[in-house]
Design a binder for this molecule. Sequence first.
Ligand code: SF4
Ligand code: SF4
Length: 442
Amino acid sequence: MASENKLLFARPPAHDAGQKFEGSENIEVTPDFEGFHQHNDMFSRGFWDPRFRNKVTMRFFKSFVKPTERVRDEPGFSQQDFALRNGPWAVTEMLAEMHKDRDRRDGFTDDFTPHLPPKVDPADIGSPSTAARHVKKVAKLYGADLVGITKYDPRWTYRSKFSARKVVSKPVEVPPEITNVIVLGKSMDYGLVRMSPTATGSTSAAAGYAEDAITLLALAQYIRSLGYIAIANQNDTNLAIPYALQAGLGEYGRNGLVITRDYGPRVRFGRILTNMPMAHDTPVSFGVEKTCEICRRCANNCPPQAIDHGPPSTYTFNQSNAKGIRKWTTDGEKCFKFWVMKGSDCANCIRSCPYNKDHGKLWSKVMMWMLRTPLRKLALVMDDKTRLHDQIKPSSWWRSENGKYAVLERAKDHALDPKLKGQQDKLKAVRDAQKAKEADAG
Ligand code: SF4
Ligand code: SF4
């Protein structure tokens, strides 16, 4: 088994630790900041850290390609549910396996390998604002829901990549010409997210990954065909969240995710590093951080209690947190252990967020407006009553017309299954204990 010391050999990219973070006024990068090594993310640790590399974790990983591995008699974990979830993973897995002979895992630990990169001189792409407008239009045509552009920042580049096959770190190579980052947001299915934490619910992430990969590959090839460098990243090479904030796609939330205006936290982010000159977007603010100060719904609904109830801080739970950033931080170890135990990923911190709505609906528009104003406390009380953050029975997806959640919103489809109810009761007990602790402390 590899020890952590064996993994630490990669050379970190140069960065200025004192440089201000432009993505949010409420996140501070302190002088203690250290870049992130990919072997410290929880998925990598599942391969090398003796505390997490075990039979249960291996069965969890295996279940993404062997759909019967974690099938059981529990709502949302039937063979049909796992088959639904694993369908889109075939796309992502196929891309990840294509260059395994070169110890690459495209999209997970390595950028997407270009398909026959065209060798052409840079085309006339007009002014930076014209180029930005064209890139955004093309990205949306290829499937992106949100697009933002920001400058490249070496602080967010991993200090090293991770090879799960060889269980060693690998150096990260970013060409010195890279100046800009295009951030692509892909929303996940609202109805499926409402079924978290089940295999049915995690189909939302599976489909998001597959769609994101296709959009990234297509847009990167478009940019290369204009004669510029384009490096498409999904889970690899750099941190998505600071770039999404810098590119103005949303605000940072207590759940450790970017909350977007149009889809709340229900968004996956891909990045393309490029030298194409383009105008940059600016960070946005629409009251999320003020809402998070008084709302703890994600923390209350997190089954293993991995989300902090307190104010932003530089506290790190463990090595899976980036060091030297004042922000809300989540405990990745608790989160990962829950996923492994459950046999599928969880999105309760997305499902329960008041910003996770069908934003076409009138109620959502009213809520979004109220959450931007001093009426946000009242908005949260009113939203609590709607039960729009409750889990929906996974079986209702199979009964619905085209999986549309409008059909799923019937009260009888809310998760009243005894096993799920037991889980809700446990959460309530944890919440009550937390409240009692806060009352004692206060
Ligand atoms: S994904 Fe689930 S377990 Fe992980 S932090 Fe969110 S709510 Fe908690
Ligand atoms: S659930 Fe509430 S506290 Fe958590 S991210 Fe959403 S708004 Fe913030």
